[in-house]
Design a protein around this ligand. Sequence first.
Ligand code: XUL
Length: 554
Amino acid sequence: MAGLLPSDALFLGFDSSTQSLKATVLDGNLIIIHSESVHFDTELPHYRTKDGVYRDPSGNGRIVSPTLMWVEALDVLLEKLKSKVDYGKVVAISGSGQQHGSVYWNKRGKAILTSLDPKKPLRSQLEDAFSVRDSPIWMDSSTTSQCRELEKAVGGALELSKLTGSRAYERYTGPQIRKIYQTQPDVYNDTERISLVSSFVASILIGNYASIDETDGAGMNLMDIKQRVWSKTILEATAPGLEEKLGHLAPAHAVAGLISSYFVERFHFQKSCIVIQWSGDNPNSLAGLTLNTPGDLAISLGTSDTVFGITSEPQPSLEGHVFPNPVDPNCYMVMLVYKNGSLTREDVRNRCAESSWDTFNKYLERTPSLNGGKLGFYYKEHEILPPLPVGFHRYVLENVDSLNETKVLEVQEFDPPSEVRAIIEGQFLSMRGHAERFGMPTPPNRIIATGGASKNESILKSIASIFGCPVYTVQRPDSASLGAALRAAHGWLCNKEGRFVPISCLYGDKLDKTSMSAKLAFPAGDADLLSKYTVLVNKRMQIEKNLVEKLGRS
Ligand code: XUL
């Protein structure tokens, strides 16, 4: 670290998320020196968003956010930060954007972007730059027919996943673009450039259209993930003349451009400050949690549970996502999203453990590993992974200790302590099974657990036993903007060296002296137990397959 980054330099990372715009500033020793945020609903109330979005009241699944709100948030955030941070010391900026959301620049867009007047705020100047006023975002679910059309164009959902890293999803940008082309052809024709939220804010910072980066670009169903180029077949199936409107792709560590004179004159950034490609929020979190080597895995336990990891041999299939790794172009990032996370754990706690985490943890400690063969599937919400409707399913595997000749019995209920263990083991067995299926090695090198439930020691212990690797914890709510600041430093170093440099060179073995340190919570579990869990994972995946065949959504 010492010597690689100038000690007096600053690195600025943004996160343009659904509900707020955040910033994290790192110094040359990778210590956070400042954080700031603008909360959309409360600080920009004139847009009248709820949770940063507009939900179509007709119930058609359309969910959008006002594009100009994101612009004004940048005005406000930079004003808020300027008395606290010496912008003249910032040598590189990068950022994170909510994934999949899209911005439509009209034919005047580029001219407006390249001639911003530093005497005026951004918002009033960008008012006439867009062909679509409200941007579709990741929560939108109004494009099912476009999804099926794109899958059909390449021979089915699995084929699309193998080509682009994911089957078609309503929130993905390709289906969203197709819907605009089909329902508002004039608007589509008036569109000069389509940005993702990430490349959109980068465009404002460089005063020109910024490329979409290869990692966030994989969240569109439009990019060939192996070649990292737009897939001509899918572009043709989406909308005419699309390639020109998307521009070129760039690796996430590349320089998008120099900061524009607007920011140099208005906020006194130095002219040589570079903007590193922005990327999606999940990829930036991966960077912020310091995942950097194939076999590294992170589990974020929140309202929804998210698993992401690094692999050099991804195997895209029907559930889950593969993106190029944002910090190493030689490998990939795998991401799994579960809708049933903490609310479903809380439901079991309320029903079976007197609404108390203490009782819940006591039950978890009191019940044996493998739960005497009791396996549960708990879907309080329609689940994404696997695609199953609301419902609870409980099974008992006989002879759980030998496990080879197991008979499986379906039962109606478990005693309360077993129910507690069944939901915890079930969630992690599923994560392990699906992560392996997507090409993650077993055991992982290490797991970094984050999010609300990662404070729970009993849960962390189960993760260490089921995955058979050490579990570390990181309690930081802003891993996306921190990851963006770290990627700014990484991009700055790659640019200085004139070649790709592994991101770990930034911190080497001194990670614990930086703001990215993680705490060892549990060492790897016992090897004998791990091999029993391996058999249990396979049994669970078989039962899950049967459930999907019987009840699943296509
Ligand atoms: C990922 C996704 C969300 C958004 C949230 O596929 O849709 O996690 O990135 O900002």
